[in-house]
Design a protein around this ligand. Structure first.
Ligand code: NI
Length: 176
C-alpha cells in the first residue's frame, strides 16, 4: 500500500466527471487500499478516487471513531436510488480543500447501490454521517465539491484563497 498525493483546489482535475469502473480486479483493489491508506494518513473519513487523480467511480469511507477498530467501506460505481425529503445539516470539510469547513444541508437519508470490493452488488440504507459522507463523495465523482452547496459569496472567497495559495507555491517563484 502507498500514500498518494492529494489533488487540491483549484486543480481542474477535481471538476472531471469520473468514469464507471468496468472491472473489479486486483489493480482496482490496490487503488482502493492506497486510497484508504491515504485517507487514514490525512486523516479523513472519506475519499473519492478523483482526489488522488484517478477519474474512476470509486470511493472509500471509514467512520470509525478514534480508538475504535477500523471499519473501511469500498463503494464502486455507487448510485443514489432514493433520497429522503427530510434534510440535515453537517459541518463538512474536504481533503481537497484543507482547513476549510462549512455547514451543508443535504437529504438526511439515502439508499445507495454499489459494488463492493469483491465486485458484488450491494445496497445500503444510510443515514446520519454516512448519508452525508456518501453524498459528499458521490458528488466528487460528478465533479461537484461541497463548496458548490454553500453561498456564492463564501465559495468565491474560498476559491480565491486557494488560487492564491497555489500561485504562491508555484515553481519559479523566488523566495529569499
Ligand atoms: Ni471531499
Amino acid at each position: 500500500m502507498s500514500i498518494k498525493p492529494l489533488i487540491i483546489l483549484p486543480d481542474p482535475i477535481l471538476r472531471q466527471v469520473s468514469k464507471p469502473v468496468e472491472r473489479v480486479d486486483g489493480d482496482l483493489r490496490k487503488l482502493a487500499d492506497d486510497m484508504l491508506e491515504t485517507m487514514y494518513d490525512a486523516p479523513g473519513i472519506g475519499l473519492a478516487a478523483i482526489q488522488v487523480g484517478e477519474p474512476r467511480r470509486l470511493l472509500v469511507i471509514d467512520l470509525a471513531k478514534e480508538g475504535e477498530p477500523p471499519a473501511p467501506h469500498v463503494f464502486i460505481n455507487p448510485e443514489i436510488l432514493e433520497s429522503s425529503d427530510q434534510r440535515s445539516v453537517y459541518e463538512e470539510g474536504c481533503l481537497s480543500i484543507p482547513d476549510y469547513y462549512a455547514e451543508v444541508e443535504r437529504p438526511a437519508a439515502v439508499r445507495v447501490k454499489y459494488l463492493d470490493r469483491d465486485g458484488k452488488l450491494q445496497e445500503m440504507q444510510a443515514e446520519g454521517l454516512m448519508a452525508t459522507c456518501l453524498q459528499h463523495e458521490i458528488d466528487h465523482l460528478n465533479g461537484v465539491l461541497f463548496i458548490d452547496h454553500i453561498s456564492k459569496l463564501k465559495r468565491d472567497m474560498v476559491v480565491r484563497k486557494f488560487k492564491k495559495l497555489a500561485k504562491d507555491k508555484a515553481p519559479g517563484k523566488m523566495v529569499g
